[in-house]
Every structure is written in structure tokens, then in C-alpha cells.
Design a protein around this ligand. Sequence first.
Ligand SMILES: [Zn+2]
Length: 149
Amino acid sequence: MYTYEYTGPTQEINSMPKGCKTCSSCGFCTGPRAYICPKCNNPFIFKIKNKGKKNKVIRDFDWRELVRGDLIKVNGGPYFMNGDGEYVPMGYRGRFSVQGVDDNGILAWSTEKDGGYCHIYMGPAYHDKNTGLRKTSHTLLKIKRKEEV
Ligand SMILES: [Zn+2]
């Protein structure tokens, strides 16, 4: 499998809290970190049963064996290198829910807020001299929910 090392600046885009918490008493939707309902002051009970449950991450796997519903974390992928040698990432980032695979990539839904349906390139590397785009496969992590292990 082709890999490359990205030595440029890294960005962490998964640090934003996701979703919201719905009050069991009045149905008001508030931020995920709220501990009391801002509308009716109903205290939220935190689900502690999930505590300690950590998702397992698998690094070495064959992306062609991914099946619908698998969760993956994606990085790397195609990029531009402009005239100044500046690295411009063009690939996908974040978590994706696999729908299927084809000859040179993975079809998946992004689990990010504004994410859509994507084709995550996993084919051979090539340099398109017309556009300057350097296509290269994404780096993947497979996320295995602890319940499944
Ligand atoms: Zn409430």
C-alpha cells in the first residue's frame, strides 16, 4: 500500500462539540456540555454507562475489505504543491461512514456537520501536470466501536 509522510502543518478539526442535548422534561435543545436545562432548569443526568468505553483504532487493514457501516477516520489524500512549494491539502478529513468501495476509492458519508457524500481516493499516486494536482491515496484509520469487539 502506498503511503507518504506529510510534514507540513497539521490541523485538528474534530475538536468541536457535536450535536445537542435534549431536555427530557421540556424538550428544549441545548449545547452538549450543558448540565442544566436553560429553559426549565431540569438537571441533566449524564450517562455514565458509556464511561471507559473507548473506540479502538485499527491502522493496518485493507480498505477494499471495508463494508457498509464501517467507521473510518480519513487524512491526507490529494494535494497541490504550488510554485512556492506550499502544500495545499485537497483530500478529505474527518470521520466517514462507509457505504461501499470501488476500484480506486471508498464511497462514504461524512459524519461531520456539513459533510456530504464523498469518494475518498485510494488509487495510485499521480501528478496531473495540467492542474498541478498530486493525487495520492488517503491515510485511513478504522474505528472499531468497543461494543463490537
Ligand atoms: Zn427543559
